[in-house]
Design a protein around this ligand. Structure first.
Ligand code: NAD
Length: 481
């Protein structure tokens, strides 16, 4: 096993993990606590040399890791999950400090991390006999691809990293995790912790600046890039990976619609739908980003949504009762504020919110509902990735389905109704990788997670997701020459 980690202290000494060891860099940088604007500790800025070293170590590790059995790999992943659970409170604290999400949601994300790692243990890809007769046997089997690079965004750094580490190493592939420069802390510590359970080079983590992702995708060593982030970056990853025909899985942006039918409990649905738009301050690929409400219940729904939004408490994530933390970083803060500038320009009606208090430190945005903006306005067609959401009306089923699908994105969608036949009929017409009835955002490590259209290529999690870390091989065994 690797040497880093026996004196595991989550709150200091953030270093890369390369070839089983903690590794520092000449230059360093730091993230910012988004609730206070205060700097977080220094972290490494990896260079091309660090990338070369990590890739070499990963390729070396692959030679022996690919020969281990599923049971051996599962034992290591299971012990890693247990260790993450053991340190869950500290990880959650650090996550709130670097990402901004309220502590109860940070705890939820860490729990999702170890729950997902454990769930993958059930998904062994066994050899399958496709056909057998007296003369021959044909077997379908999966072989590992090689070294994987997992690129992670800043909204769920731990959950999404665990969702890549588990499937990759369980299928026999070492992995290098590259966190977002905005949220490197928990992921660096995940890498350090992993050294207690995996041989050197099997789980490595490199932090760096904006040039680190391109260095990794362009490197000829890795066999696959598992990327989660925006659609714009996903296209760059695909272009870069194409030079060496690396395998790719792209989990990208979304613009999820929620279609609310007239046959609902208005108060309860308005509260649930609105909270699913504002959760994680709207910074979830699968957050509800457009709410289509049947015109018969529109006003009642809007008023209930406003009433709920007015009860939402924003603040630093450790304060009692906080539901809404800050937006994660200054770049995102400025981007979300452009939608607030549009309010006056576009003469949008604001149902609630609409004004931000810039006098306080931290990247706080007031939860905001825009009442019936034009269907072609930016707030409807783009992903704000902040706590601002449009409410729209509908009356004709075909029309609302067409409007819900009228986007390049296709990540998630939901339908809300007491009439389950109606809901299922509408849901099945929606072009999205995950479709829900009477909920949204509820994901499962055993179910495929991926996007249609520009929301992604391929999918992760589930048994099928694990196959994306493998080559498929047909083995033809002739019983006699
Ligand atoms: P982003 O695309 O800016 O960055 C994602 C990651 O890619 C970061 O680690 C970043 O450093 C890295 N990166 C940036 N440029 C790169 C390049 N040229 N080559 C390789 N890597 C590069 O996304 P973000 O702002 O961190 O995250 C928000 C976006 O992610 C939203 O669009 C959201 O919908 C999406 N997202 C999707 C999912 C999903 O599973 N579909 C999950 C979470 C977030």
């Amino acid at each position: 096993m690797g040497s880093a980690g026996p004196q595991f202290d989550i709150f200091s000494d953030y270093q890369n993990t390369i070839d089983g060891r903690l590794s520092s860099t000449k230059s360093t940088r730091h993230g910012v606590n988004p609730a206070t604007g205060k700097p977080n500790p220094e972290v490494p800025v990896s260079t091309q040399e660090d990338v070369d070293n990590a890739v070499a170590a990963g390729l070396k590790a692959f030679e022996s890791w690919k020969k281990t059995t599923w049971a051996e790999r599962a034992k290591a992943v299971s012990a890693f999950a247990d260790a993450l659970e053991k340190h869950k409170d500290d990880f959650a604290k650090l996550l709130t400090q670097e990402q901004g999400k309220p502590i109860q949601f940070a705890q939820g994300e860490i729990a999702a991390g170890f729950t997902w790692l454990r769930a993958f243990l059930d998904l062994e890809l066994k050899e399958e006999v496709i056909k057998e007769d007296d003369e021959k046997k044909t077997i379908q089997r999966y072989t590992p691809l090689g070294l994987v690079v997992g690129i992670v965004p800043w909204n769920f750094p731990v959950h999404l990293a665990c969702g890549k580490i588990g499937p990759s190493v369980l299928t026999g592939n070492p992995i290098i995790i590259k966190p977002s420069p905005f949220t490197p802390y928990c992921d660096l510590k995940l890498g350090e912790l992993a050294q207690q359970f995996f041989p050197p080079g099997v789980v490595q983590v490199l932090s760096g600046g904006d040039d680190l992702g391109p260095m990794l995708t362009a490197h000829p060593g890795p066999a696959k890039i598992s990327f989660t982030g925006s659609s714009a970056t996903g296209k760059k990853v695909m272009e870069s990976a194409s030079k060496t025909l690396k395998r790719i899985t792209l989990e990208l942006g979304g613009n999820d619609p929620a279609i609310v039918c007239k046959d609902i409990d208005v108060e309860a649905t308005a509260q649930k739908v609105t909270s699913l738009a504002f959760l994680n301050s709207g910074q979830i690929c699968l957050a509800i980003k457009r709410i289509y409400v049947h015109e018969d219940v529109y006003e009642q729904f809007r008023d209930a949504a406003v009433k709920f939004a007015q009860t939402i408490k924003s603040g630093e994530g450790n304060e009692e009762g906080v539901f809404l933390g800050p937006v994660q970083n200054s770049m995102q803060f400025e981007k979300v504020k452009t939608f607030f500038s549009d309010i006056e320009k576009e003469k949008w009606n604001v149902a609630v919110g609409g004004k931000n208090d810039d006098s306080k430190p931290g990247y706080f945005i007031a939860p905001t509902i825009i009442d019936r903006p034009a269907e072609d306005s930016r707030i409807v067609t783009e992903e704000p990735f902040g706590p601002i959401v449009p409410l729209l009306t509908w009356k004709d089923e075909d029309d609302v389905v067409k409007r819900a699908n009228n986007t390049k994105m296709g990540l998630g969608a939901s339908v809300w109704s007491k009439d389950l036949d109606e809901a299922a009929r509408i849901a099945k017409q929606l072009d999205a990788g995950s479709v829900w009835v009477n909920t949204h955002l509820e994901v499962d490590p055993h179910a495929p997670f991926g996007g249609h259209k520009e929301s992604g290529i391929g999918y992760e999690w589930s048994k099928g997701g694990l196959t994306a870390f493998c080559n498929v091989q047909s083995l033809f065994l002739k019983k006699k020459v």
